[in-house]
Design a protein around this ligand. Sequence first.
Ligand SMILES: [Zn+2]
Length: 365
Amino acid sequence: MRKMMKYRLYPTDAQAEALDGQLAEACRLYNAALQERHDAYKREGLSLNYYTQASQLKEIRAEGASALANFSSSQDVLRRVDKTFKAFFRRVKTGAEKPGYPRFKSRRRFDSYTFPSWGDGCRLSDAGRLYLQGVGHLKVKWHRPLDGTVKTVTVKRQAGTWFVCFSVEYVVEALPGNDARVGIDVGLTDFATLSTGETIANPRHYRKAQKTLRIAQRRVARRQRGGRNRRKAVVLLQKAHAHVQNQRADFHHKTARTLMNTYGVIAVEDLRIKGLASGMLAKAVHDAGWSAFFNKLAAKAEEAGRLLVKVNPRGTSQTCLCGAEVRKTLAQRWHQGPACGLSTARDHVSAQLISGLGLSLLGLT
Ligand SMILES: [Zn+2]
């Protein structure tokens, strides 16, 4: 399987400048390729493809018009343009959404470029540094060992900080078999409730960070457009956002990992998060980031050889374990079964129902 491994880079000032330069060149090439396609279409009704554009690359480089150090990286930029156009034509064809013609990218928004094959313009030096063509030997924070076979290398600028992302192919080691089954109900008061009755508290990173974000946002708004100080304020805002995102992703990863290690069969709701997120509960739903969590859970389940089943959540909040309908408003957090006398937390009942639905879907009951 493939996975992404991301490490922080510590470039010297000169190297950071070189990295910025490479990004700017990649951006220039991207925009030029876009322009060329646009012109060809306008003038002659021609639709250029990747190969026609890539065939000119040698000449362009010979003229010195593209200073992106690595040839394959230049090709990769053109491939990106090709991808955007293909997606555009696909949207035009289906007509389902607004097609949105591919746009030029601003230098500041163009924040990554890729070395499509490991060893071509990028390699590790003996001292554990990362060599990038046109930049030099960069210091890397190896916070975890790089395992698997490196396929591609992407250099990224995020909130004023540099990272390298290795796309690696690795052999999956399935976890030892496990029969333990669990249903998970995601909620607003707690992040999740398990059918075992255990609850996982909601960390609410976003709420806590909201004050900081608001201050950072206001600082940006007060600074003059196009000014140097505004740009600095934007970087601080990006940093604040990145911090919240990192915290959330970390929480999701750890929670998913614990569940994978404990259970062999996991049932979750097939949430139409979108429908929920547009309503009044938007902030809380967004905060919890359930869909992002489920995605991580699914990826880990596949990797570990676990069963993850999504069930239709309809009725799971309004039904008792005995099958009787028990209506509850959203504010009612406690379940009281009038017929069977079951008395427990509302989400606990839901989690058990989800577990049951999952098992019957899998034919395990
Ligand atoms: Zn009941």
